[in-house]
Design a protein around this ligand. Structure first.
Ligand SMILES: *[C@@H]1O[C@H](CO)[C@@H](O)[C@H](O)[C@H]1NC(C)=O
Ligand SMILES: *[C@@H]1O[C@H](CO)[C@@H](O)[C@H](O)[C@H]1NC(C)=O
Ligand SMILES: *[C@@H]1O[C@H](CO)[C@@H](O)[C@H](O)[C@H]1NC(C)=O
Ligand SMILES: *[C@@H]1O[C@H](CO)[C@@H](O)[C@H](O)[C@H]1NC(C)=O
Ligand SMILES: *[C@@H]1O[C@H](CO)[C@@H](O)[C@H](O)[C@H]1NC(C)=O
Ligand SMILES: *[C@@H]1O[C@H](CO)[C@@H](O)[C@H](O)[C@H]1NC(C)=O
Ligand SMILES: *[C@@H]1O[C@H](CO)[C@@H](O)[C@H](O)[C@H]1NC(C)=O
Length: 442
């Protein structure tokens, strides 16, 4: 009985001791490159020291400071901040955390432990995405429904992170994800064999599972390329089929091929086919990522009479056009006739001038002949006179007909020229000629 009680007391004491031990060493987890601040309340700062026991060397502790003075060896690293109250003081040890700072920090006053901190340093991982051994740095082109393998690599994280995937912000889980166990070199990978859907626009790899460092992620924009739902649409035109091939595509369709009765008919998106003959048609569309062959469509031949209202409209249009043409022709004709008449008037005026001139010359000549001894250069004078007589005679009867007159005038001139080269006849009667001239002049 006594033994049992003793054992019970021992157990309770043991528990109590553990509890107290645990209480004295506080676990502090701090992210690398952030500030650690450990505080210790004492009464006598002059007998107070901070000790550090690193992880590497076993139980080999070093003194960092005495009172509020940091030893020269640690001056660059640590800082002591002191605040005093009524009867007690607080000594704060401050430093910027690196991985080497992990270990036990102990505050002693006169050889008694006053505070203990066990520092654990957390290091965020460096994340990157790779596609076939190439780092993904810009938006990624993927093909709809075509599996793509992306690897997420987390390096240097401490403690090891857990990797997961998000598409459009939604977590993706499934057998298409392979996670590697953490390796001693702090490298973790996760591979996703991912099948893009049309709505996908962003893929992210998320690292989580650290205590003080929040989730980290690396992500990439996704451009899903596709060629889908191509189909042939046929509409009826006047005795023709309009065949249109259309698809949903990213990037745009580069080439269409419309086949009629299994032979290539057109390389445009749209084709027109006479409707007299039937046919089977289909289309092949191509973009950067795929070829798509549509179903065949059967076209039944048809022929339709041009509807009456169409004829009427056509008739009205044609009549209008004809009317306009007639008006133009009339205007042109009128203009031409006016021009001609103007010419005739001018010609007449010229003729009249010529006549007057001729008459004047004739009179002069007559005068000359009358006062003349036999003339040596008769020919030239006769030249001038003869046509004059001719035109005089001819003009008087028909004054109206302009064109014929001009012609006859020309003839007259020709006659004059003919006569000019003729030699004088042997029996030429100068006296008779003189008389003729004079009578004419009168
Ligand atoms: C601190 O961590 C150690 C081991 O990591 C553990 O044994 C101990 O109970 C922890 N102490 C507290 C107060 O959480
Ligand atoms: C700690 O040191 C690192 C490296 O010198 C620096 O980038 C960081 O800003 C420091 N952190 C603080 C809280 O001073
Ligand atoms: C300091 O002493 C005064 C008077 O004795 C007391 O009222 C006050 O609470 C004390 N302050 C602290 C921080 O102990
Ligand atoms: C990626 O690199 C590894 C190691 O260099 C190699 O074994 C693997 O075949 C490469 N994969 C591709 C897709 O190039
Ligand atoms: C085209 O005309 C044919 C024959 O008249 C007819 O059977 C078919 O329904 C028409 N199609 C359309 C789209 O109007
Ligand atoms: C397509 O083939 C059918 C059946 O052989 C034939 O009747 C039709 O005239 C052909 N159409 C054209 C446009 O060649
Ligand atoms: C489409 O078909 C052509 C001819 O058959 C071929 O050369 C080409 O590679 C195909 N394109 C795609 C993206 O499948």
């Amino acid at each position: 009985m006594e033994g049992r009680i003793l054992a019970f007391i021992l157990i309770v004491c043991n528990l109590c001791m553990r509890c107290c031990e645990g209480d004295t060493a506080r676990n502090e987890t701090i992210a690398e490159n952030s500030l650690a601040q450990f505080s210790c309340n004492v009464e006598d700062i002059s007998t107070t020291i901070w000790l550090f026991t690193g992880r590497k060397e076993v139980a080999n502790s070093e003194s960092i400071s005495q009172g509020d003075i940091v030893y020269p060896k640690f001056e660059d690293k640590f800082e002591i901040e002191m605040s005093s109250y009524n009867s007690s003081s607080e000594l704060n040890l401050k430093f910027n955390v690196t991985e080497e700072d992990e270990g036990l920090y102990l505050c002693q006053e006169g050889g008694t432990n006053k505070a203990q901190f066990r520092l654990t340093v957390e290091i965020p991982p460096v994340l990157q995405l790779k596609r076939e051994n190439l780092t993904v740095s810009t938006d990624m082109d993927v093909v709809f429904n075509e599996q793509v393998t992306i690897t997420c690599i987390a390096e240097g994280g401490k403690p090891p992170v857990r990797l997961s995937w998000k598409v459009n912000g939604q977590e993706k889980t499934g057998p298409f994800i392979d996670n590697s166990p953490p390796s001693p070199d702090r490298r973790i990978t996760s591979v996703i064999h991912y099948q893009p859907t049309l709505d996908d626009n962003r893929l992210a790899c998320v690292a989580s599972g650290q205590q003080v460092i929040s989730e980290q992620e690396v992500s990439v924009g996704i451009n899903v390329q596709y060629l889908l739902n191509c189909l042939i649409v046929v509409t009826n035109d006047t005795n023709a089929f309009i065949i249109t091939c259309s698809c949903e595509a990213n990037p745009d369709v580069e080439k269409y091929m419309i086949y009629v009765n299994k032979t290539l008919f057109s390389e445009n998106q749209e084709a027109k086919l006479p409707s007299e003959k039937g046919a089977t048609v289909f289309c092949i569309a191509t973009n950067k990522v795929a070829n798509y062959t549509t179903k065949e469509v059967e076209l039944k031949p048809f022929h339709e009479e041009v509807p009456a209202h169409v004829t009427r409209v056509a008739l009205i249009i044609w009549l209008s056009v004809a009317g306009i043409i007639v008006v133009i022709v009339v205007i042109v004709a009128v203009v031409c006739i006016c021009r001609k008449m103007k010419d005739v008037d001018e010609a007449e005026a010229h003729a009249k001038e010529a006549r007057e001139e001729a008459t004047r010359i004739q009179m002069n000549q007559t005068a000359a002949v009358m006062s003349m001894v036999p003339v040596p250069d008769w020919d030239s004078k006769k030249d001038d006179n003869t046509p004059l007589k001719d035109s005089d005679k001819e003009e008087t009867p028909d004054k109206g007909e302009g064109s014929t007159k001009t012609l006859e005038q020309k003839d007259g001139n020709q006659n004059a020229a003919d006569m000019a080269v003729k030699p004088l006849p042997d029996d030429y009667d100068l006296e008779q000629e003189k008389e003729n001239l004079m009578s004419n002049a009168e």
